[in-house]
Ligand binder design. Structure first.
Ligand SMILES: [Fe+2]
Length: 416
């Protein structure tokens, strides 16, 4: 029976009907299905380590039963106390080794006392105001304060690794460049606030978004945690399993996880900066104290990964007007052939700092002014009146290849 599509009678081959496609797929050769449905790496992690099962929402937490959240810091832990896990240091040689071997490293005094005190006060005030307004994001394990990029100059400084805001900035930047390659973007930048009696988070990898892919060669995400007060087993020092960035443990075969050692709480002084591999198993801990516990997390990813915070829409016009080329680059405002094209603008971009051929910020400025006009459907009769598209203005000002010779080439093609 011919089918009517958009008002036209069409005869569609029967092989393309939804019923025929479904029928022919039932017992078919589908090579990737098993892998895509494998739910790894979490299948092997949870099957071989059932004590990692997270508590149900709203359930009473159980103590003395061996659950993952019922733990302490390394030096007090039965298993970990005799093992030399990473200690805070300023020595980049040791930091590199720790990050590679254990999946994390601790930068001693990465923030000065002045820096962490200033940032903690700013976060505490912001978080309280967001709760008061009812706009806060509070989940069972934490309050999250998102979009820090708009919420204080020091946060912009951290995103730029400016020593005025984070004294270890150049060292952090070097480790990121070495771990992710030079092309990386900010994925998110938020404060994670553990509140008294919160639930623990599930243990997870921060790069879970690529699961079941689990590359062994290198991480695609590195997280930098700015620790704004002393943390330990009492106030919710982050749970982590040292070395779990590599599939391992008893019985771990073919890249899957076997039996893992139990997690520990992070123990670190205020001002310490924790850097960890996107494959490290970790999670927010229970806060047994009567106060909030403040840290900031800044995940950075390979530049081909979609960002968790949509910075192209998130950054306020005020911050954008003053943004440095470095900030724009890292927030994803430099497009290249494979990312963030707007109506084609950016295809000739290199993705490099300050490259005008892919400076998407010009698009945002026009949106902020309320003047952006899209190209849309064109006919030859529109052409005479169609000279005020925003794309055209941006091209004329910022695309270096749009030379008289290039226009000649366009006209020559149209004359064919
Ligand atoms: Fe995480």
């Amino acid at each position: 029976m011919p089918e009517q599509v958009m008002g036209v009678m069409m005869s569609i081959p029967v092989e393309f009907s939804a019923e025929a496609v479904k029928e022919s797929s039932l017992e078919a050769f589908r090579p990737y299905g098993e892998f895509l449905r494998s739910a790894e790496p979490y299948s092997s992690i949870f099957i071989n380590n059932q004590w990692l099962t997270p508590p149900k929402a709203g359930a009473e937490l159980e103590w003395g039963q061996g659950w993952y959240y019922d733990t302490t810091v390394a030096r007090k832990h039965e298993y970990w106390k005799n093992i030399k896990t990473p200690q805070a240091t300023k020595d980049i040689v040791q930091l590199r080794k720790d990050l590679f071997e254990w999946g994390y490293c601790l930068i001693e005094d990465g923030l000065s006392e002045e820096q962490y005190t200033r940032m903690r006060a700013r976060i505490a005030e912001q978080a309280q105001a967001e709760r008061e307004l009812g706009i806060a994001y509070v989940v069972a394990s934490q309050q999250h304060v998102w979009a820090l990029v708009n919420k204080g100059d020091d946060f912009v400084g951290c995103l730029e690794h400016n020593p005025k805001s984070v004294q270890a900035g150049p060292l952090i930047e070097q480790i990121l460049n070495e771990s992710l390659g030079s092309k990386w973007n900010h994925f998110s930048f938020l404060s994670n606030i553990s509140y008294p009696k919160c639930h623990p988070q599930s243990m997870h990898q921060d790069q879970t978004f690529i699961a079941p892919y689990n590359p062994s060669e290198a991480p695609v995400l590195v997280n930098t945690m700015y620790i704004l007060q002393d943390v330990d087993e009492v106030n919710g020092g982050t749970l982590h399993i040292p070395g779990s960035h590599r599939p391992n443990g008893d019985g771990g075969v073919n890249g899957l996880y076997g039996k893992l050692p139990k997690p520990i709480n992070l123990e670190a002084k205020a001002g310490t900066v924790l850097m960890f591999d996107g494959r490290l198993l970790h999670g927010g801990a229970v806060n047994h104290s009567d106060d909030f516990r403040y840290v900031i997390t800044n995940s950075c990813v390979k530049s081909w990964i979609r960002q968790q915070e949509n910075f192209l829409l998130t950054v306020s016009p005020e911050v954008l007007q003053n943004a440095s080329d470095k900030l724009l680059l890292r927030l994803g405002f430099q497009s290249s052939i494979t990312s963030n094209l707007v109506e084609g603008y950016g295809y000739m971009g290199t993705g490099q700092i300050g490259d005008e051929n892919g400076a998407v910020v010009h698009v945002r400025h026009a949106f902020d002014d309320g003047t952006y006009r899209h190209v849309g459907q064109l006919t030859m009769t529109d052409v005479a009146n169609a000279d005020d598209f925003t794309l055209q203005k941006i091209q004329r000002r910022h695309e270096s290849f749009r030379t008289p010779e290039y226009f000649e080439h366009l006209h020559a093609l149209n004359a064919l």
